[in-house]
Design a protein around this ligand. Structure first.
Ligand code: CU
Length: 226
């Protein structure tokens, strides 16, 4: 009997240790939470009436307002997307994305990314005005979804996000008033994609494509369709 209690106690202790380790690991890895687009009604599209999903994102000049928490995590000075970089949208739907862009910027190293691509009508709105391209010398970030080569439906969407002026006044929240960009695209079947920024907003490594440009949770992430 005593041995049984001992074994039970050992097992219980082990279970507690595993549970504690799991808790510690869960905090240590800080896996980014997934942001799921919210469906609200349907929309008429070139592909017929489809569920209409909405996603809201921000682009920040630091990483203290997004998924890394107010301290900014290990790189508070890195530019970042928020509130999450792991995104999920429904299949066979119209997805409307709104991005509030709070960052300054500069010149693209490839004008290709200054044109709106892959959206419904080939347009986006910038502060309520429909555009098909922006000034390639005044870009803050881009939102560019790439298809990973596989049997999944191809999906390529790229939208330039205009830069906030260097001398724009800083408001009470510590940031200038953002540009607000909206665009819509149509999803196909389930699939896994990556998205990233194509404006060289990273650190000097690899011609400003290092640091936040090559780290999930900052200027790149995942997009799950399904
Ligand atoms: Cu960027």
């Amino acid at each position: 009997m005593r041995a049984f209690v001992g074994v039970a106690g050992t097992l219980l202790g082990g279970a507690v240790a595993v549970a504690l380790a799991g808790t510690v690991l869960a905090h240590a890895t800080t896996a980014p939470h997934q942001l799921r687009a919210q469906v609200s009604g349907t929309a008429s599209t070139p592909q017929g009436e489809l569920p209409h999903a909405f996603l809201e994102l921000d682009t920040w000049p630091d990483s203290m307002a997004g998924e890394h928490g107010p301290s900014g995590g290990s790189h508070p000075d890195w530019v970042s997307y928020g509130p999450a970089s792991s995104l999920s949208v429904p299949a066979h739907s119209l997805v409307t994305v709104t991005i509030r862009q709070y960052d300054t910027g500069g010149e693209l190293n490839n004008d290709f990314f200054g044109t709106v691509r892959g959206t419904v009508d080939g347009t986006a709105t910038v502060d309520g005005r429909a555009v098909t391209q922006v000034d390639p010398t005044e870009v803050g970030h881009t939102f560019t979804i790439h298809a990973i080569p596989s049997s999944q439906d191809p999906l390529f969407v790229s939208v330039p996000l205009p830069a906030v002026a260097d001398d724009a006044p800083v408001l009470d929240n510590g940031y200038p008033a953002p540009h607000v960009i909206t665009f819509s695209f149509i999803t196909g079947g389930p699939g896994s994609y990556v998205w990233q920024c194509e404006y060289p907003c990273g650190d000097g490594t690899y011609a400003n494509f290092g640091g936040p440009m090559s780290a999930q949770g900052y200027m790149e992430g995942t997009l799950t369709v399904g």
